[in-house]
Design a protein. Structure first.
Length: 421
């Protein structure tokens, strides 16, 4: 068993039974606290009650978790998304408050490692790297430098936001002194994919990194689904927030091609909500697609949707790894994803298929061809279903905890070696 360290975690977003950043923070907390003592610095957000209850529970006390809450006033709501800089200005203020708190804690507490986890974007490393403790940063993602040839698929608001994100991303990577100092000071930097590592190496001088997605697979004992019966519809699933970058329109266009040909039966399940919901649902009706709209599905009810689907679609144009890809794999549902960012590394030939990014029309055609192919070749689709679960096992919470332990041990050994040099 590895040595038990005292780890201070900063996770602005952290909550049980939630997806996105909250799920990232929560899974890291539970994984790390199973092996180490944890001081958790968290935002007093809308879901904080679940964190408090866990820390105060018998399991939380056994894990020796201590919670420190600092409120961030500006929340990342739908109204603030058009002006995200307002959120990041306040997030920086929150990070300064965290720095003052941890500086005081270090006067009385033994802290071995500081691990800055969420938000996962490279834009805000905080200030804890200035302190005299090993600083672990990540998982870090670089979003905003993606292809611009798909902007025609975006709403005008999201187009403006995407261009602004790209400009600020390039500016910060080139000119931010704090980013370069944080990168140089980090004892370990965990990148969500090789693309992020390459960008940070080229732009920020990152010398060494570990690649680890910000999300992981939570494995539960579930029955193996049976193969699809011959001539029955192939069941397709798309679940995400409805905004342009999630690429729902690409799947809709693929199904329009199939619907016009009328050559195979299918049934699409759509789950989620957001600013593009009305447009997507309107197009589904316009093209007479065979679909069911579920609305926003509670996180705990999603496994049954995956388990009853034959293919899950992840046509995101700009995204981090996202929880849904591992949720799908863990529930025996193969994934059809775009061949870029972290998806190109997580999804392989054993658990799904990848679609190259050439043009919107080409992506829709390729997705349609995969749907047709797997309808006619159920034996191959079913092998992908079994392979999906095996792929999820390689990205399990337990495997990630082992990798984190190795990173922590390496960081502490290097610090000990530097002290005796």
């Amino acid at each position: 068993m590895s040595q038990r360290y005292k780890i201070l975690i900063t996770a602005n977003h952290c909550a049980p039974d939630q997806g996105s950043e909250h799920g990232v923070g929560w899974n890291f907390l539970t994984g790390i606290s199973a092996h180490h003592d944890v001081l958790l610095v968290c935002n007093r957000h809308d879901y904080i009650r679940g964190v408090i209850d866990f820390v105060q529970s018998e399991e939380g006390r056994k894990r020796n978790i201590r919670l420190f809450l600092i409120e961030q006033k500006v929340k990342y709501t739908r109204g603030i998304r058009l002006f995200p800089f307002l959120y990041y200005v306040d997030y920086r203020r929150w990070q300064k408050k965290v720095y003052r708190l941890v500086s005081e804690l270090l006067k009385t507490e033994r802290i071995d490692i500081i691990h800055h986890i969420t938000n996962s974007t490279f834009r805000e490393p905080g200030y804890l790297w200035k302190l005299d403790r090993p600083f672990v940063w990540g998982p870090v993602s670089v979003l905003g430098d993606g292809p611009v040839r798909f902007l025609s698929l975006y709403t005008w608001k999201e187009r403006f936001k995407t261009v602004a994100r790209r400009v600020t991303c390039m500016y910060q990577l080139r000119f931010s002194r704090r980013l370069k100092k944080a990168t140089g000071s980090a004892a370990a930097c965990i990148c969500d994919c090789r693309h992020t590592a390459e960008v940070m190496h080229r732009r920020l001088g990152l010398r060494r990194w570990d690649v680890m997605p910000e999300t992981c697979a939570i494995l539960r004992d579930i029955p193996v689904p049976p193969p699809r019966e011959a001539a029955s519809p192939i069941r397709l699933l798309w679940a995400a927030g409805f905004d342009s970058r999630k690429g729902a329109i690409l799947l809709v266009e693929a199904l329009r091609i199939i619907q016009e040909a009328g050559d195979i039966p299918y049934r699409l399940t759509v789950a989620g909500d957001g600013i593009c919901r009305k447009k997507i649902i309107r197009l589904c009706g316009k093209y007479s697609l065979a679909y069911d709209y579920m609305g926003r599905v509670p996180h705990g009810e999603m496994p049954s949707l995956y388990a009853h689907s034959h293919l899950f679609f992840l046509p995101s144009l700009m995204d981090a790894t996202t929880n849904v890809v591992f949720e799908s794999l863990a529930n025996y549902c193969p994934v059809i994803a775009l061949n870029h960012l972290s998806f190109s590394e997580v999804v392989d030939e054993t658990c799904g298929r990848k679609v190259d990014l050439v043009s919107p029309r080409q992506i829709a055609r390729d997705i349609a061809e995969y749907i047709r192919y797997f309808y006619h070749h159920e034996e191959e689709r079913y092998q992908l279903s079994l392979g999906a679960r095996k792929r999820a096992e390689s990205y399990s919470l337990e495997n990630r905890a082992c990798r984190l332990n190795a990173i922590y041990r390496r960081v502490m050994e290097e610090r000990a070696g530097a002290g005796t040099a």
